[in-house]
Ligand binder design. Sequence first.
Ligand code: GMT
Length: 375
Amino acid sequence: MNIGIVCYPTFGGSGVVATELGIALSKKGHQVHFMTYKRPARLTPFMENVFYHEVSTYEYPLFEYKPYETALASKMVDVVLHENLDILHVHYAIPHAAVAYMAQQILKSRGKFIPIVTTLHGTDITLVGNDPAFSPVVEFSINFSNGVTAVSNHLREATFDSFNITNEIEVIYNFIDFERFNKIDKNHFKMAISPNGEKIIAHTSNFRKVKRVQDVIMAFAKIHKEIPSKLLLIGDGPERNNLEQLCRTIGLCDHIRFLGKQNAVEELLAVADLFIIPSENESFGLAALEAMACGVPVISSNAGGLPELNLDGKTGYTLDVGDVDGMAEKGIYILKDEATHTQFSEAAYAHAKTFDIKNILPKYEAYYEKVIEKM
Ligand code: GMT
């Protein structure tokens, strides 16, 4: 197939899923055309079946906001026509699904029909999408996509609850490439972070309010009292300054490291003993899946789709949002003896295996075929 992928090129989960999906499809012989405003980080090396079409906007004194949507729709029209695409797959509904609809209408007027698949990722529904500033457009573009997927059952249900949806929504979970995420032996690295054999606790996110990173720090403070440990905070975002301030206030700066955005997150997760993801809302929790693929047990909130991934009492524990004491207590339980930790670690790895890209990729291919056949 000739597949167009439209996504955000950033470190956010939807961009990662879109990029990894495109790369995996290209390895299976499909031609994949990415359209976005910046080359996604993982697309830098030359790949035989991968093409990148940058969307550039136009500077004009009249434009306080550059008309990205118009430029993106024009790019879609151009690429669909000249690369003879079979399907357009847009990730994150805002604004991609509505822009794709516009491109589809333009193409129809030129005698070309292109089916659109929209994948809902999370905040495009739960946080941003159902704001009245966006919701009529989000609802319309979901209903008028030719196929819609959501990354968890919870997100599917949340979409039906928040909007008047007349379309079907298929659940296709996030996935993991085990060739990249297999536990790598990085003992030298562990020595540098925890020279006295301290346990390593990790968290990865974009440090937005919804991630509740302050709960990670407060749970760590309690764990640290019982178990010698270090906290690695991977990522960056708007809450970073407040979080650094919190570390200073509680006097734990020597034990908490802010690592910023990292490309090779698997190398850091490979040395972690526990992963904490206490989000207010999380449609799936790709970051937790990445940790589990490295055999790291997870302490998470029970929000959104997290319980579909993190099996309570098996791969880790799920607790109510804000239950910092509970998170610390369960973290201590997992870390306190080797046998318990190994049991959780093995279960986390085994469950992560069910999300192997080798299992999930055929679901997307079959879905594309179904959508194309339906036309
Ligand atoms: O919240 C983020 O990290 C970014 C966001 C996105 O759409 O870029 O991530 C969402 O999509 C990921 C991939 O499908 C999911 O694994 C995340 O759970 C989801 N984030 C939220 O729902 C908050």
